[in-house]
Design a protein around this ligand. Structure first.
Ligand SMILES: [Zn+2]
Length: 321
């Protein structure tokens, strides 16, 4: 009988799980709440209990699984199977995730950071079409990324490879949480889009519902900015053009350096769809050189929420004998 993979996508509010075939088809999925109380000390025991419970529920046993793969926030040490500094989980000290989960489930375990794992998912079963050269950018509360080159994730010497969110797109620009100025994340994340809107509204003198709402102190989201731009709001369109410029600049430089088959854009902000993609592509073509322009294409992510569990499960394929 063909063995199965387990994918775990660990986030600050939920832990998502899936059982997949070796070829990446999801057969079962479920989720639990992430209990971040007591310095996140319940998280790993909860994951172990949930996996063991579901294996029993599906009348299966540990030896029917090739392995478990997991995507985690924070700084992941893949060799040691540990995580540190995942502040949305309250994990401030070193967590021996791999040792604990292997002991608790009797199944081999592999781990990588959440953005890398989402990149692997989109590459394997989504917009990446299983190509060996794929760059992935996720636009959410922050901006994350993952780079697959020669068929493997780029990790760099300290695991910071593929941190697309900290590409400098505006020297001397907005201060970033990383301490540097002008990072892509400050302009193209959900909060970044709102920040750009707020700043552009100050200098804007024309007629705009977006400006009225901002001046009125109303709650603004990146989705609202895109929706108003789609309705031809003048300021809204200016903000989307600016955000697209920064994203196109970052994609142009990624393309010039890596020449991937696809640069895949995912995450909540990418729900703006082809409206966003078309404008980013315009600037990407401006900032990439001819060979890249004609061989690298930008695409929207296709897997949504499932990219994490699918990519995580793909980590476990290293255990296939
Ligand atoms: Zn930064």
């Amino acid at each position: 009988m063909e063995k199965k993979l387990i994918g775990v996508d660990l986030g600050g509010t939920t832990v998502k799980f899936a059982i997949l075939t070796e070829t990446g088809d999801i057969q079962q999925k479920w989720s639990i709440e992430t209990n971040v109380l007591d310095e996140g000390s319940h998280i790993v025991p909860d994951i172990i209990a949930s996996i063991n419970h579901h294996i029993r529920l599906f009348d299966m046993t540990a030896d029917q699984f090739v392995g478990i793969g997991m995507g985690s926030p924070g700084t992941v040490n893949r060799a040691d199977g540990t995580v540190i500094g995942a502040y949305n989980l309250n994990w401030k000290t070193l967590q021996n995730v791999q040792a604990d989960i292997e002991a608790g489930t009797q199944i081999p375990f592999a781990i990588d950071n959440d953005a890398n794992v989402a990149a692997l998912g989109e590459r394997w079963k989504g917009a990446g079409e299983n190509d060996d050269e794929v760059a992935f950018i996720t636009l959410g509360t922050g901006v994350g990324g993952g780079i697959i080159a020669n068929g493997a994730l780029l990790h760099g010497v300290a695991g910071a490879g593929g941190e697309v969110g900290h590409i400098t797109v505006e020297p001397n620009g907005y201060m970033c949480t990383c301490g540097k100025h002008g990072c892509l994340e400050q302009y193209a994340s959900a909060t970044g889009v709102v920040r750009v809107a707020r700043d552009m509204a100050e200098e804007f003198a024309g007629q705009s519902k977006l400006k009225e709402m901002l001046d009125d102190g109303q709650e603004i989201t990146s989705k609202l900015v895109f929706d108003l731009a789609k309705e031809n709001d003048v300021l809204g369109k200016m903000v989307v053009d600016k955000v697209s410029y920064y994203l196109g600049l970052a994609c142009g430089n990624l393309g010039n350096m890596l020449n991937p088959a696809y640069i895949v854009i995912g995450g909540g902000v990418s729900a703006a769809g082809t409206f966003l993609l078309d404008q980013v592509t315009k600037y990407f073509k401006q900032f990439s050189f001819p060979t890249v322009r004609s061989s690298t294409s930008l695409k929207l992510a296709q897997l949504g929420n499932e990219a994490g569990v699918i990519g995580a499960a793909s980590l476990a394929r290293q255990f296939i004998k």
